[in-house]
Design a protein around this ligand. Structure first.
Ligand code: ADP
Ligand code: MG
Length: 486
């Protein structure tokens, strides 16, 4: 069992308190590592290191230098891919093939921002005077980055890469459940050319490490991915010193199937939309809206396929669904399943698997509820597990009404062979990401973020870098005479 330290100011350190906590393998419910249990003192040290690194030179690093650092990080992730993927699976539970996918995506994210670093630039504005008016882009300063546990390395890359690209320094906190892959990547920061203190990794719990981090007066920007309730508290903490914020907070995304959709693609797309990554996906298509003419047939086909999804440890190559990340998350999902049984009908699943080999880990059956009313708890609250709520609808207007009747607005998908219908839906769906005839593909080139209570701001693409930049307006008078007013 590895005893990790955390990275503050270029040094591998323990928490000042000396406390550590165990990180679990959710497939076996056995500890796999220990990490420092950081508190406010450690966070303060890390933020001050970030501040010193920023003011002491990193703010003046050239775009080329920052780009090269990012390209080296990308190469490192690719070189270490197999090891990182295996550790990601051991720590988060997800099938190895999915971890491999994530690790590759993380490398691509560093590459993208490595290329973007030299393409971020300001503008010259055509003001009506003998002058040059410019909008310069400058890094905001020290960023606090709070990472969730569902895509541990990938979500860290989504935050580290644009911040380095923009020239910020940062303190990043992985989720307490899944700190391992980020700590492994951090071993290479120095050789990738990151000066000490530019990226600090602090391990700890939300209340004791996350809260002091987002409240720290020397933090200029917060990037948070996680639950709505914590998102609200982050926003409140940001208000104290008016920090810039971006929040990615999950959803209850509709996956909408019209009767004229390709049937096989529909069945597959509905299952993939909500069961990939054990359903621990902020954009999970957890509300499956099916048009009445195909409702029964599609439900039966989904159930038949869902029953064949192979549960097991992520390290087994035959596994299609791993355990949930933690005991707490398993219990939360089981609670929702009990609520669902009172609110709707169970087509398959609904509890823990009975196989003897799956009793120790945090496994939950892929579950399909049907005849779900959109007002039911299982249709309104984010479950973050392999639970699908199937809801029938009549026509386009009905589908739109149900789809948009949610406090969330992260993602939506619509399936049909009629492109006119699809595009009408695209225009009216209240979501930051809308897929047509697919659900979940995500590309670093394209913006990611939510409408309504799914968040504020956008990650990825140039939008992701803008979150770490501020604009300075500069006016240069080209007249050589006095103003002549007095
Ligand atoms: P979950 O409850 O599913 O674990 P959270 O939103 O609590 O989701 O966790 C997402 C991330 O937010 C984790 O890194 C966690 O440590 C962090 N976090 C939790 N509570 C707080 C808080 N009060 N302030 C800052 N970060 C927090
Ligand atoms: Mg929490």
């Amino acid at each position: 069992m590895h005893a990790y330290r955390m990275l503050i100011d270029g040094e591998w350190v323990e928490a000042r308190s000396g406390r550590t906590f165990e990180v679990m393998n959710p497939a076996t419910a056995e500890p796999m590592a220990t990490v420092p249990d950081a508190g406010a003192e450690d966070v303060d040290r890390a933020v001050k290191a970030g501040r010193r690194a920023f003011d002491g030179g990193w703010r003046d690093a050239t775009a080329q230098e920052r780009g090269r650092v990012l390209l080296r990080l990308a190469d490192t992730v690719r070189r270490e891919a197999q090891r990182l993927a295996t550790l990601e699976t051991l720590n988060s539970g997800k099938p190895l093939a999915e971890s491999e996918f994530d690790v590759n995506d993380a490398a691509t994210c560093f590459e993208y921002y490595g290329g973007l670093a030299t393409k971020l630039h300001g503008e010259v504005l055509p003001v009506p005077d003998n002058a040059l008016s410019m909008a310069l882009k400058e890094p905001v300063g020290v960023a606090a980055q709070i990472i969730p546990w569902n895509y541990p390395l990938l979500m860290a890359a989504w935050k580290l890469a644009p911040a380095i690209c923009a020239g910020c320094s940062m303190v990043i906190k992985p989720a307490e459940q899944t700190p391992v892959t980020l700590l492994e990547l951090a071993r290479f920061f120095e050789e990738c050319g990151l000066p000490k203190g530019v990226v600090n990794v602090v391990t700890g719990f939300g209340e004791t490490a996350g809260a002091p981090l987002v409240a720290h007066p020397q933090v200029d920007k917060i990037a948070f991915t996680g639950s709505v309730d914590v998102g609200k508290s982050v926003m409140r903490a940001a208000a104290e010193t008016l920090k810039k914020i971006s929040l990615e907070l999950g959803g209850k995304s509709p996956n909408i199937f019209f009767a004229d959709a390709d049937f096989e693609a529909a069945v597959d797309g509905a299952l993939f939309g909500v069961f990939v990554n054990q359903g621990e996906v902020c954009s999970a298509g957890s509300r499956v809206l099916v048009q009445k003419p195909i409702y029964k047939k599609m439900l039966d086909a989904m159930v038949e396929k869902a029953k064949r999804i192979k549960l097991g440890p992520g390290t087994d190559s035959s596994t299609k669904m791993g355990p949930l990340v933690s005991k707490a998350q398993m219990e939360r999902v089981l609670r929702y399943q009990e609520i669902g049984k009172r609110e709707a009908k169970v087509a398959t699943g609904g509890g823990r698997p009975s196989d003897a080999g799956l009793q120790r880990g945090y496994f939950v059956e892929p579950t399909i509820f049907y005849d779900v009313d959109n007002s039911a708890t299982i249709a309104r609250e984010e479950i973050f597990g392999p639970v699908m709520s199937v809801i029938p609808f009549e026509d386009e207007a009905d589908a739109l009404r149900i789809a948009n009747d949610t406090p969330y607005g992260l993602a939506a998908a619509v399936w049909s062979r009629d492109i006119f219908k699809c595009l009408r839906m695209v225009k009216k769906l209240q979501a930051g990401i809308v897929w047509v005839n697919h659900m979940q593909p995500t590309y670093v080139e394209a913006p990611w973020g939510g409408y309504k209570m799914s968040g504020i701001g956008r990650e990825l693409g140039p939008w992701g870098a803008e979150e770490y930049l501020q604009v300075k307006q500069v006016y240069i008078n080209l007249n050589e005479q006095p103003i002549g007013w007095y």
